[in-house]
Structures are given as structure tokens and as C-alpha cells.
Design a protein around this ligand. Sequence first.
Ligand SMILES: NC(=O)CCC(=O)C(=O)O
Length: 262
Amino acid sequence: MKLTISLGQMDIVPGDPDANIAKASQMARHASDAGADVLVLPELWSTGYVLKRAGELADAVGHGVFAEVQRLSDEHAIHIVGSCLSKDVSNQYANTSVWTAPGGRALGQYNKLHLFRLMHEDQFLKPGDRPVLIDSPWGKAGMAICYDLRFPELFSSYATDGAIMVLIPAQWPKVRVEHWKTLLRARAIENQMFVIACNCVGQIGPTVFGGHSCVIDPWGEIPIQAGDQEEVVTTVIDTDQIDDVRARIPVFSDRRTDLFQF
Ligand SMILES: NC(=O)CCC(=O)C(=O)O
């Protein structure tokens, strides 16, 4: 099955949801004009890492920025995935990625499992308590956010549970962009699935973000990779490629499940 994906590599305006929603709106229009089925946005794209202002900037899922995304998804008939600051009924904050589908519905939501201490997430946010696999119209899709990329067991659990792709919104600094590229490729190759990752660009405080948003196929090839500027890039993937790669090198059948847990 063919799936057209756009990555909206945004230069996030810190602490200004209105400015970022305007950018997301332009990106959704651009992606829709390019024929995309799914638009992926970065991690915390509506606010950036201004976690000290979570009380003012976080929204309950379904409200505020999440409702704006639903409006964009309906208007442009496009699925949208990206993470924003959320709050729950007890006013606890999380880094939440929602898969928003046209027609006024969300297919699922995921709270970042591994909080990134270097950017103080552990001081402000509550970690997620479970992996989330979305039943998308193109097959099962695992949800991950940025630092989660360093934890291969999350990706291997998704693959074992039938994922054909994992979507990763991120704010990954330029200084470690080689880790970003290497880990994304490794996760795709070792799990023989598509890895779809959207980073941001620009600078927030002292941190410069690395861009290089990309889609990686189950063989480790990179059909599309952005540079280090704000842009929307689009590519078409064929989910049937997964069966071809898994037939060529049957790592899932060859796993030593008698020795290791997956
Ligand atoms: N926002 C993040 O989770 C950043 C993760 C990161 O930079 C890393 O090196 O890992």
C-alpha cells in the first residue's frame, strides 16, 4: 500500500503557540497540496521547551492546540502527528503525541516514556506508562518521541506487535545530529520497518537544533531527508516493502526467544 508522508521541519517560536499554529497551518496546506496522507510535526512544536510555563501553555487533549490540529486535519483532509504539552485532570503535564485523523477524531495518544534530563523534562513532566500502537489506515504504527529513540526495546516491542512504522516527533540538537542519523537508521534496519522522524531547526536559548528530518525504509535507505532549514519535505513509501525485506533476511524467525525476551 502506498502512503505519502510530509515532514514539517519547523523553526519553533518559543512560548508562542499562535505563531507556531500559523506555521503548522501553512505546512498542512503545503503537505496537502503535495498529496500527503500524513503530516508529521516536531516534538513540542507549539511551544518549544519552555517547560517552566507549562501551567500556562499546556492544554488538555482535545482542547486548545489539540483542537486546532483537529481543525487543520479536517480542513486539509490530512492525518497529523506531532507532540505538544498536555495536562491531565490532576494538572500533571506530559509531552504528548496525538495521531489526529480527518473527520473529527484522534486515533490515539502517546505520552513520552523516557524523559530527557538534559532538557529538564524530569523536573516538569510526568512520563508515559505504556507504549502506544496506532491502528492507522496503512497498518500499525508505533509512537515514540525524540529521546525514546535511544531505547531499542521500545522499537523492538512495536515490531513484535506488528508495527510497520514508527513515527518520531523530535527536538534533537545539532551537536548530536550524527547520533540522530545513526540511531534512526539502526532502528529501521534492526526492526525491518519504516522510521519516520521529524526534527525542528533554529535555536532556542543556547541550543541549536539539527534538522535532518527523514524517512528511512526497512532496508535502511533514506528516500527523503531534509537539510537544516525550515521546510516541508514529502515522499511516498510502499508498505509492501516490509514483507520483501523480512523475506530476504528473516530476523524475526531467527530470534533466540529461548535466550532473550522481546
Ligand atoms: N528532546 C529530546 O528528547 C532530545 C534527545 C536528545 O537530544 C538526545 O541526544 O537523546
